[in-house]
Design a protein. Sequence first.
Length: 249
Amino acid sequence: MGPYDAVTASNRIREDSCGVTPLDRWADDNHLYLDREAARDLARMLGDIPDLDEDLSDARTRQTRFGTVDYRTRNGAREQRLPFNPAAARAADHLQSVLVAWVRLVCEQRGVDYTGVATISGMAEWLQRNIIALAMTEGVEAAPAEFAAAIEAAEAVVCPPVDLAPADAALVLRARAVRLHAAAIGKLAEELGDGFRNLTARRVRTLRKAGLISPVPGPWSPDWPELFIVGEVLDAHRALPARHRAKDA
């Protein structure tokens, strides 16, 4: 088997609408350093990274709302929040270094050139497409733990666990029965306290694609947005870990 065989197969055979992956089409397990289930889990992990990269980018530039909008110092002066999140930058740098290391190792051991985009998302997508080549790379047994640690560190920045403040409980209770579209839910979440600070319109679409929420039954006009029961969205948002998010629309 030539060094190009696994990469060529991975590039040619993408996941299709029936859920068939390159690993399902690859018949020879003799040259894999990961068993198929571990390789599938690794491929799914890589598939989550582009969404996580987008969240990190938002967090780096403070587009994601963290805590209150502004606050005051001891002398009463309003303190300007920095337009940059160093924790998000460190998490992104670490994730990028892990990706670079594995892309480089695959290219060196399999004798191929990197053809993806030089970004976190680009490298993750390239490794996912070339999951067979990655699974045939010596030392890949360490990859799942390395990626899991980098992803967990990034998720701790973009989606930290925060308990609801008691003052928000009554507002949350009133909001649960309301029916709203995704954008309106994102706006409402800004008023519900820190426990829902990452519940954006994009997050609502993620929950919809993951099958955790369903729109209120119609019939609706084709140009009307889908409506959701806010309480169901709030519950699903807190139940779904960021690592298992579906690809956003």
